[in-house]
Design a protein around this ligand. Structure first.
Ligand code: BMA
Length: 337
């Protein structure tokens, strides 16, 4: 069995694969877990990130308000399924304790590195998207750091530990709109302030991931490599369709792709994925993984409206990734062309 470096989460949300289901992932039978108008000020909560904390879970949630402002709110849960989400956005302060509020914030990710919880999101710099960063130790005081990059960039995803002594961040350089391109890149920093050693991880590829790709949840460290779940977009005559797939990255040089599945893991099929504010979107931003058993719950946004969960196991996803692997040009290399 694959060794997973991670938490033991015996009480994480879980359902066994339904009898007769032959897919690699199966959806939670009570999806979606968050529906329309979940709090008085918000209309939709989706593309959000959760993590074990204390005797339950906490999360940072993409909340689109009734003014359709994009904001990040804090939430907590005993079981990872029923969430109590603040009606007001997180109030960020800078490192001197002064208010430091982003003018917009969306698609957050959340990771623990050492004794700090780090939050990444798409933020505004002069009205253009880039990677915002913040940290907290207690989910009461949220300290916003300086942005990692210049515009335009999105889908910033940190690894859960330093590699070669540096923080490592995946990202997806983009444009100012509904970007019709995009490959996954990687950068390093000794201190979360100065970023460099930029490399390419993977480019778009045929079919479901032909238009753009972006890292999803925090990569999972395994004896087979970093398991990276990522979204991929195809342009159809009716617009974009967001699915997600899997790849394994080299443990010490994660710009090297070891395996990459040609098949998607999950694509919009259910009503709550196909119909909503933006139809046909499955957008994963977090996982809960019980390291001893390899049980995985993937939290994904559905149709820019709902929050949903899909289940699977790390072993099966890795076997699937290898079985259907087809590397793209330069995938197996260091990404320095
Ligand atoms: C992307 C991001 C996501 C969103 C997706 C589909 O560009 O803005 O937040 O889920 O588009 O609308």
């Amino acid at each position: 069995m694959t060794k997973i470096i991670g938490n033991t989460i015996p009480n994480m949300p879980w359902e066994d694969r339904p009898v007769g289901n032959k897919e690699i992932l199966w959806r939670y039978s009570k999806n979606p877990i968050i529906g329309w108008n979940p709090t008085p000020s918000t209309s939709r909560i989706f593309n959000s990130a959760v993590i074990p904390y204390g005797d339950g879970y906490v999360g940072v949630f993409r909340c689109d308000s009734k003014e359709v402002d994009m904001r990040i709110h804090f939430g907590k849960s005993k079981d990872g399924i029923n969430w109590d989400i603040d009606d007001n956005p997180i109030q960020w302060v800078d490192e001197c304790g002064k208010p430091f509020q982003p003018s917009y914030a969306y698609d957050p990710r959340l990771v623990k590195v050492g004794d700090e919880y780090l939050i990444m999101w798409c933020t505004s710099l002069g009205g253009h998207p880039t990677i915002g960063l913040g940290k907290t130790k207690d989910f009461k005081t949220f300290v916003r750091l300086e942005n990692a990059f210049l515009p335009h960039n999105r889908n910033g995803v940190l690894f859960p530990r330093k590699i070669g002594g540096n923080y490592v961040l995946l990202s997806r350089p983009s444009d100012n709109g509904h970007t019709p391109f995009g490959d996954i890149h990687i950068s390093e920093s000794p201190d979360l302030t100065y970023w460099g050693k930029h490399k390419l991880v993977m480019r778009t590829k045929a079919n479901w991931e032909s238009l753009k790709i972006g890292a999803g949840p925090i990569p999972i460290e395994t004896s087979e490599g970093w398991l990276m779940i990522y979204h991929g977009v195809i342009l159809t005559c009716n617009g974009y369709v967001y699915s997600f797939g899997s790849a394994l990255l080299d443990l010490e040089n994660p710009s090297k792709v070891l395996y990459r599945s040609r098949r998607y893991l999950l694509t919009p099929e259910e009503q709550y994925e196909l119909v909503g504010f933006v139809p046909a979107v499955c957008f994963p931003c977090a996982t809960l993984c019980d390291a001893p058993t390899g049980r995985l719950a993937i939290y994904y946004g559905a149709a820019d409206t709902y929050t949903a969960i899909a289940f699977g196991t790390v072993d099966e996803i890795i076997a699937f990734t290898k079985e259907h692997s087809c590397l793209g040009v330069g995938d197996g290399e260091l990404g320095r062309d």
